[in-house]
Design a protein around this ligand. Sequence first.
Ligand code: ZN
Ligand code: ZN
Length: 370
Amino acid sequence: MLKRRIFLVFIVLVISITAQSQLRDTIRIPGIPGYHTLKYDPHIHTVFSDGAVWPTIRVHEAWREGLDGISITDHIEYRPYSNDVVSDHNRAYEVAKPLAEQLGIILIHGTEISRAMPPGHFNAIFLKDANTTDVPDWRDAIGAAKEQDAFIFWNHPGWARQQPDTTLWFEEHTWLLENGMIHGIEVVNGRSYYPEAHQWCLDMGLTMVGTSDIHNPIGMDYDLQGGERRPMTLVFARERTAEGIRKALFAGRTAVYFDDKIVGREEYLDALFRESLQVRSVTRGQGSYGIRLYNPTDIPLEISKARGNDPSFEFFRTTTVPAGGYSNISVYISNARDYDQIELRLNIDNFLVEPGKGLPVTMRFVPDAN
Ligand SMILES: [Zn+2]
Ligand SMILES: [Zn+2]
């Protein structure tokens, strides 16, 4: 009888451990040399502004999806439930904090300063006191965030409600830039990608940010069961802490992950690609090279032939190494025996280093010794 009871306890234990481990998803995006790749969503709403959920639910959602960190950034100026929740702009953070600590989610205090265009909406994160930004003039509001050494970024610069025809940079943004009050821009917000913002970040040395700006429960807007993910910022951090994220953001060490694409600076995307594609075997036959590739990540690798390849090589125009899968490619060369190795010039089309431009790579393949 006792044996049976011990056995039952054991079974219950196994089931509960398995259930728990299944609850948290893993986002398979590797680190790069010297850095962890942290998954961070720095733009989220709750009932403390115009969102539909309580702050702790945001922490649970992030944990289940496999994120490392989030910022709850409720609007300062727009709070439709202010009769139902307190008018304290720090409260959502305080409510979420204990659960974040319990689950190991890095919660970074933030807010959304939401003004008409120009200058539009700005997120300030790493705040100590969000109430200081609740002042009439937008210069003073963003200035109060700067006083606290906040990281400040321009949200949804191409939002149709504020920029109906084209995505414009105003002189107010130049003023913010010159006064150290803008450190990054949302290149992706929700389902929108802003190529203008991508180019501005490159031209002005600003940090690229990707966010969900989620208002509904996350599962209402993204088909998580179907494999869809919210957009997020990939932060290349030396350590998995808030301070690690802060240093990386101010240093511009980020990329944006959305819709099976990565957007970022070439140096980080190149490093990420090198960690993402594995060459499993290279064989040389009479008239061809056979190459077997493996992609251990969650991001499919969409590869196309670039200019400048050896004209005697005949190979694919485009191919995809699926997420978590293999791909076999053949390079036909009539005199393959004369080549001790081959080099292919390729573009990774879904790793965007500029608007409309994939990551250029050169890959060398040496036949396996056998
Ligand atoms: Zn906004
Ligand atoms: Zn927002």
